[in-house]
Write a protein that binds this ligand. Structure first.
Ligand code: GBH
Length: 444
């Protein structure tokens, strides 16, 4: 492995609903994911996050796993319905107490707490009032950001407002594969705008409570045409605008891309200035490049997604393409230039069918190859001139993978269900050596 810049942040990522369990504990309210997972037919294996990895009760063991791994940062998400169960009413101090125990436990082990405020688990009562289609939700989000920062603003080392607002818009409100299960296609645009407005309002709220840096975590994908005709090229342009630009252009003062023809009546005077509040770090979640071709006649979308040939594939069937990460970092650097703040890779990882062997050991050589390739791609991007200051593996633990339930394992640590027993995989041992070497090199 080539060397990394001094101070490079080595982390692992998780999210609340995917690991915590304890769905009814200590005053937590229901979120849209509780409702969705308990609706028949939504989750492939019929499971929910009611128990998940039981991290809410086992967090000390999970901190110990991180300390042993040698990471310098842990990216977790705060469950809004633990902190303010109805989204707009009384605060639940017991919910904040949990995150305080977690944050203090991390700091004791020298691990930087990196807190994401919204990883898709909206309090159900807010959804009942229209959710992110309702502009008020943006204001409720800023109030919640203020509450969390009031308690933890002196200890969290990096704040992330939203996780992948594109996925929450597209799968949650465009196609209905994720909670809250709305299928509005392009009529989901207000969900994009209100999330970004909430982001901007939250940045301002956080600045009043903390001097720590503030970020957003967007997912990006280089887009490749399946053919080379003009119709394929305009399909690529449309998907790039939707996936890579819609949630990023407005952050850097460029407004919304116009070629998508969204109805922008939700955008009020001054909103774009709120959204363009400066951020300190851009969080980049990267999994794979996307293949696109021109849609069939009569399609409601201006593109069609197609599998890319010629790559190894994960258990999710996603192509393994580390060069796509270097390409995408170069694209961000080129497009946003001096406006682009330092980048941290806030998620990168893969699912494989990892199970213990007869001796109880879990071997995941494909994950080692995946991480090796993607870390080298980051290093190459740094050499290309992109300021990348951290890399977080998705995920510390096997966990509850949304609509896929427990069928996809992304962890460095295997989790046995339902016992919750944790077994570090061979990728964990490999990464421990990589991090130890990198930290030793930069300490000199
Ligand atoms: C993230 O979403 C989430 O933040 C996290 O909660 C989740 O557990 C993790 O990733 C793993 O899924 O090549 O056409 O098959 C990831 C969003 C959307 C990225 C689908 C990869 C592949 C589409 N993903 N995409 S395709």
């Amino acid at each position: 492995m080539p060397s990394f810049p001094a101070g490079f942040r080595w982390g692992v990522s998780t999210s609340a609903y995917q690991i915590e369990g304890a769905a009814g504990a200590d005053g937590r309210g229901p979120s849209i994911w509780d409702t969705f997972a308990h609706s028949p037919g939504r989750i492939v294996d019929g499971s929910s996050g009611d128990v998940a990895c039981d991290h809410y009760h086992r967090y000390a063991e999970d901190i110990a796993l991180m300390a042993e791994l040698g990471v310098t940062a842990y990216r977790f998400s705060v469950a809004w319905p633990r902190v303010r169960p109805t989204g707009s009413g009384a605060v639940n101090p017991a919910g904040l107490d949990f995150y305080e125990r977690l944050v203090d436990g991390l700091l004791e082990r020298g691990i930087d707490p990196v807190a994401t405020l919204f990883h898709w688990d909206l309090p159900q009562p807010l959804e009942d009032a229209g959710g992110w289609l309702n502009r008020d939700t943006a204001h409720r989000f800023a109030e919640y950001a203020d509450l969390v920062a009031e308690r933890l603003g002196d200890r969290v080392k990096l704040w992330i407002t939203l996780n992948e607002p594109f996925i929450h818009m597209s799968l949650g409100h465009g196609t209905g594969e994720h909670a809250p299960g709305r299928a509005l296609l392009f009529d989901a645009f207000p969900v994009a705008h209100h999330q970004l407005l909430g982001h901007g309002l939250a940045v301002t709220a956080l600045r009043a409570r903390t001097a720590a840096p503030v970020a957003i975590a967007n997912n990006y994908s280089p887009v490749r045409a399946a053919g080379d005709g003009p119709a394929d090229r305009s399909a690529v342009a449309a998907y790039e605008a939707l996936h890579n630009q819609l949630f990023t252009d407005p952050l850097f003062g460029r407004g919304y891309p116009t070629e998508l023809g969204f109805d922008q009546s939700a955008v009020r005077d001054g909103d774009l200035d709120v959204i363009a509040a400066p951020i300190d770090v851009l969080g980049v979640n990267y999994y794979n490049p996307t293949g696109v071709r021109a849609p069939e006649d009569g399609s409601p979308l201006p593109f069609e997604l197609v599998p890319l040939d010629g790559y190894p594939r994960t258990a999710f069937d996603w192509p393994v393409a580390p060069d796509g990460l270097r390409e995408l970092l170069g694209w961000l650097h080129g497009r946003y230039g001096a406006d682009l703040p330092p980048v941290q890779i806030t998620e990168s990882g893969c699912a494989y069918d990892d199970e213990p062997d007869a001796d109880g050991r879990v071997h995941d050589p494909d994950r080692i190859a995946y991480l090796d390739g993607h870390l080298r791609a980051v290093r190459a991007a740094v050499d290309d001139g992109v300021d990348v200051t951290g890399y977080f593996v998705w995920s510390l633990l096997d966990n509850w993978e949304w609509a896929e339930g427990f069928t996809k394992r992304f962890g460095l640590v295997h989790v046995d269900y339902p016992t919750g027993r944790r077994t570090p995989k061979s990728s964990y041992a490999w990464l421990r050596e990589v991090i130890a070497t990198a930290r030793r090199d930069t300490a000199r």
